[in-house]
Design a protein. Structure first.
Ligand code: SME
Length: 153
């Protein structure tokens, strides 16, 4: 296992322990904090909950607050992931017409749906100040985190 995979595996274990130990909703904030602190390329981390036809921001961590605390389904990369149920990785947000801008510094973004069976409950949204910051390892790791979180939403 290479160093990068090991780090994802270690954080996965830490998240598993947090979820086994603490109660919702505090634990969701704890997981967001851990993701933000452990990975340098995660510049802003948030969880959106799917409520009817909109996404509502829950726990988040980053330097700035986003004005997009409620996203009507149909706009943004967040909506695309919520509708398709598939992870979205955008290497260059300036080239994606769907992108809803939150922070001037953001260069790339990953959005991972949180699903229970086929039902979409919400998603993990991560912005990075680095271009093309996210790869398949982030997707695999965050999809596992999403599965773990689905038991606590
Ligand atoms: N950029 C997202 C909106 C949420 S902010 O990144 C926090 C989008 O395009 O849906």
């Amino acid at each position: 296992m290479d160093g990068e995979s090991l780090e994802y595996k270690n954080v996965e274990q830490e998240i598993k322990q947090l979820l086994e130990t603490y109660q919702t909703p505090t634990v969701l904030q704890n997981v967001v904090d851990l993701l933000y602190e452990k990975f340098e390329h995660y510049s802003w981390v948030g969880i959106y909950f799917l409520k009817g036809n909109k996404l509502v921001l829950g726990p988040w961590r980053g330097i700035h607050a986003t004005e997009h605390t409620i996203i009507p389904l149909g706009t943004g990369i967040c909506s695309a992931a919520a509708k398709s149920g598939k992870t979205e990785i955008v290497n260059d947000v300036s080239k994606d017409t769907r992108y809803l801008s939150c922070f001037f510094s953001t260069r790339s973004e990953i959005v991972v749906p949180i699903k229970k069976k086929a039902v979409i409950l919400g998603e993990i949204d991560i912005d990075s100040d680095k271009p093309a910051a996210f790869n398949i390892n982030d997707a695999i790791f965050l999809e596992k985190v999403g599965d773990m979180l689905s038991q606590h939403i």
